[in-house]
Design a protein around this ligand. Sequence first.
Ligand code: CUA
Length: 363
Amino acid sequence: MNPIHGLLTLAYMPEVASDQAEASDPLMHFITGLSAFFFVLIIAVMVWFAFKYRRREPGQEATSQASHSNLLEVAWSLPPLIIVMVIFFVGLRGFVTMANPSANIIRVDVTAKKWTWGFSYPGYKLENHPELLLPKGVPVEVVIRSDDVLHSLFIPAFRTKKDAVPGQYNRVYFTPTRSGTFPIFCAEYCGTSHSTMLSRVIVYDTKEEWLKAVDDAARLPFKELPDELFEQWLAIGSAEQFDAFKEKVVALGGDWPDRVGKMVPPAVRGEKLSTQHGCKTCHSSDGSRLTGPTWKDLYQLERTFDNGSKAAADENYLRESILYPNRKIVATYGKGQMPQFQGVLNEREVDAIIAYIRTLKEE
Ligand code: CUA
């Protein structure tokens, strides 16, 4: 960012801490400057005209002097068109980077509920942490959902705002460019404590520092327990492994089963739910074809439907297919084969099953 933009940002914008902020601030300054310029120009011309064309003698009738002027019409059409197109394309470029993943991304799942934020780090066994922890210079994919009503994740220093919509997964991409601590707000009125639905993002200088912070946070409930138990927790990749872990925790006695034994990773919960609800009788996890498509490598796979349309099997598609299976039928599979789970599974359970399906994708 050049020094002039830096100074302007200092004057009326929050600090700059992400690639999005660096990309969008110059455009913001341009639009603000443009507005100020035309405001002054229009007011000045208006005052001048009011004076110049004032009524000079009592009883003077107003007469029209307006006639057609090609020059004038081109002058007020063409330059604004060019300016607006510049704004559009610079804005579009920012939107595209914000809406598209890049390589080596860190994923964070955000759950909004009245009136807290929960940040989960898939693959790091840190669930529902109250703060967003990120390393500097590494692209982040943030996937946002809501447990109840509309919320909006707003990080002013990143110039990032994304709604948490019930029944929908939204995602946004950015790269933090400065270490430090920055506030997070809820920017969608969500009831009594909307204004206290605050959190913060902590950006670490290096990925190592970040890994340590995530590890420390994940280790917290295990503080007084043997390291070996925490290592076992980190290695959990299936319901079976979780049950073995839980057995050890139960053997510890005291309130450990309550404190640690109930921390079920979402994917494990999803695996158990998919057994309970019979999903596995029709959806294999090893790639073989049963009544329904296999779940192996299904996540983000492009699907072709019986009407010829296509879509990636992202969270929104998987959720729809669980709750309303007949809306989209993958080509070569039969309609009406799967029972509808709307009213059977709640949003949290659907989310857990999706988390399980995600773990069945080979990286
Ligand atoms: Cu959550 Cu406002």
